[in-house]
Write a protein that binds this ligand. Structure first.
Ligand code: NAG
Ligand code: NAG
Ligand code: NAG
Ligand code: NAG
Length: 435
């Protein structure tokens, strides 16, 4: 009896020891050249994220083998097998020094879920709730809910004969982060909204109904061929009564007006605009919970550039920050990671595509793969800033597909083959879900 206990303990100790070795070799293998700030949180490949290991792992060390200083409160430290970044100011690893609810995890998979791209702790649903609770209330919330539900209802009931109509929510443009409650200044996130607008056209062409959730003032579907200030540039007021389209823009203006009107009046395009991060996330949540009723025939195409940092509403200056008071010192909190909430809570049945943009192609694919795993989205579209109009890489669980625009046509956009591929994958997903 006693012996078998001992044996079991020994086995457990060996197992943990092996985990540590795996972890160290993994770290050295991948990040060995850079000994510094690049955390590598992938679980050892051999475990393949297969879930339950049958014991509790206590994340404590900043990086093996350097977790000795954490041994105080987390005794016995032998149970530690964690690699992640510890911020410089921290004497004790992040999990222990903060009081997040996730100090205990049961598996590697779960552990990965708790961290974001940079190895920091993932936000819990409670934190997401508190983000929403403290956000300024969405203006005309009821009106937006009604619009979304009417739109979805019309398009799910009109399909008839067992063939569910497809609806995609395309998010587009960047969010702002206000610095004052009565906002004069804000931090913005770069994005023209061109990808979202172009993709919307192709989704409509493919027979989808589209909820276009866009940053106010960014690109609109069917307008990409118009000049910057179409109202002033495309029209001629020749005499007192008549306003005419300038002949050189006649074709484009006609197309924009016709296609847009057909889509909106036909009930196939619903445009909703946001400006701040608070508006965006609240709208996304309510759209997601409505779209979940459509099941697998709904899709999310999350092309918006969402800020990672924000000033919590309650800590924000009410009035305009005065410039006379010297350098500005603002503390930005991390925006809770909403994609995994969307996948896990709001709309688990829908087909979900997220985007990853980087300026460094070397880390792009790795980050896209990690986002795919961590958020459990179905596909991640990886794009590099400098080449994003030419090609993107669609990252799936078992494959990576390079999608290029047709280079023999000057006006061809990469969104055309991209949307075609996604529609294909969505069909397969619907078929698979139904069987
Ligand atoms: C790690 O990098 C720092 C500089 O960033 C250097 O001073 C130090 O010697 C390096 N340590 C190892 C073990 O390579
Ligand atoms: C969406 O609803 C409108 C209005 O009822 C309808 O004309 C349109 O065909 C629907 N679209 C789809 C894809 O079912
Ligand atoms: C802007 O959005 C991108 C994602 O599209 C994100 O990686 C980046 O950190 C954001 N910028 C800020 C300041 O949060
Ligand atoms: C690209 O465009 C050319 C010219 O219009 C066309 O002939 C060709 O079939 C296109 N290629 C693809 C892959 O669509």
């Amino acid at each position: 009896m006693k012996n078998s206990m001992k044996l079991r303990k020994l086995a457990l100790a060996t197992f943990i020891f092996m985990l540590m070795i795996l972890a160290i070799s993994h770290y050295n293998g991948k990040g060995g050249q850079k000994n510094d700030s690049t955390p590598h949180i992938n679980p050892p490949e051999d475990l393949g994220g297969k879930g339950e290991i049958g014991m509790q792992l206590y994340p404590t060390g900043s990086r093996l083998p350097d977790c000795s200083h954490a041994c105080g409160p987390c005794f016995p430290c032998k149970r530690v097998m964690v690699i992640f970044k510890c911020s410089l100011a921290e004497s004790c690893p992040i999990v222990y020094s903060s009081e997040l609810p996730h100090t205990v995890v049961n598996s590697f998979e779960q552990f990965i879920l708790l961290m974001d791209d940079d190895g920091q702790i993932e936000t819990s649903l409670a934190e997401i709730q508190s983000f929403f609770d403290s956000a300024p209330p969405l203006k005309d919330r009821e009106g937006i809910i009604t619009k979304v539900q009417d739109f979805i209802h019309k398009n799910s009931s009109s399909s008839g004969i067992g063939k569910a109509a497809r609806v995609v929510c395309v998010t587009s443009g960047g969010t702002t982060v206000p610095l004052e409650q009565r906002c004069v200044r804000y931090i913005d996130n770069f994005s023209s909204g061109r990808r979202g607008a172009a993709s919307t056209e192709y989704f409509l062409e493919a027979g989808y109904s589209v909820i276009f959730l866009y940053r106010s003032g960014t690109c609109q579907p069917y307008c990409s061929t118009l000049p910057d200030d179409p109202f002033l540039n495309c029209f001629d007021a020749s005499d007192d009564t008549a306003i005419q389209v300038h002949p050189s823009f006649a074709k484009e203006v006609k197309r924009a007006i016709k296609e847009n009107r057909a889509a909106v009046l036909g009930g196939r395009l619903l445009k909703l605009s946001f400006t701040t991060i608070f508006e965006y996330l609240q709208m996304l949540q309510l759209i997601a919970t409505s779209m979940n009723t459509l099941g697998p025939s709904a899709m999310f195409y999350l092309a918006a550039a969402v800020s990672d940092f924000y000033v919590p509403w309650e800590t924000m200056n009410v009035h305009k920050i005065q410039s006379g008071s010297g350098p500005l010192d603002i503390s930005l909190a991390q925006v809770p990671k909403m994609i995994s909430a969307l996948r896990r809570e709001w709309a688990p049945l829908t087909f979900c595509i997220s985007f990853k943009l980087e300026t460094d192609s070397k880390i792009l694919l790795e980050k896209a793969r990690r986002a795919l795993k961590k958020n459990k989205v179905h596909l991640v579209v990886a794009n590099e800033l400098s080449t994003r109009k030419e090609e993107v890489i669609v990252v799936a669980e078992n494959e990576e597909i390079v999608v290029r625009r047709n280079q023999s046509k000057a006006e061809a956009e990469v969104e055309r083959p991209l949307v075609a591929l996604l529609v294909d994958r969505h069909s397969a997903y619907i078929k698979h879900s139904g069987s």
